[in-house]
Design a protein around this ligand. Sequence first.
Ligand SMILES: O=C[C@H](O)COP(=O)(O)O
Length: 257
Amino acid sequence: MPTLWIGTSWKMTKTLVEGRAWAEGLRDHLVAEHGGAAPSGVQPFVIPSFTATTTVAGILGEDSPVLLGVQNAHWEDAGAWTGEVSVPQAKDAGAQVVEIGHSERREHFGETVETTRLKVAAALRHGLTPLLCIGESAEVKDAGGSSAFILEQAAGALEGLSPQELSRVVIAYEPIWAIGEKGRPATVEELIEPFAALGAEYSGRVAGLLYGGSVNLDNAAALLGIEHVTGLFVGRTAWRLEGYLELLRIAQAHATA
Ligand SMILES: O=C[C@H](O)COP(=O)(O)O
């Protein structure tokens, strides 16, 4: 059984006070229930807003089993890129993971296959884990093109990587039609084919193949049971600490069954 990655992006939510309470609660839970380690068979990760990165890093501490990420980073190491944050800056703030290519960034902020490729390379160059998000629209799905579309997004972003570099990448399949308030939860049946396609190409070659999009406490166990799925990337359900802790319990039960 591969390690199950269970993580959340806070997207553009939480004040510092709210973020601090969430991170302290997670840290205290892991100390109380797991001796400060991760739940068996689970790799927890949290991706706050940039403003909370150092606060969360300080709360979790250097030896934390929880990986810390940023929601985006530029491909250049430094320079005149107003409003951007580089991978070395993210690393300096305590990040170990860089989220790349979320559909919200592709839709609203001009992320392209080319920029995802540059950002994956930048993360790898500085020793961080690229968390590459891919996913198709409802239109592509309705036309029967889901698997081809996501394989093309992934191939474009991962082009030219050595097997060793590829083994450090985590892929999150997040169909756009299943994400957020406007999305609807995917059924297990709908996810079998895309994960079969991703698994045939990437299973065992990357660090993780995650699912994201309206994950909740009722569907998490079934989603983890889909062949080739090795984790969940969660928004709303995990923004409440109790929801995230319950997802960790579900994953641990799955990993140790
Ligand atoms: O980054 C997380 C995904 O976009 C899923 O968000 P959601 O769980 O709120 O649908």
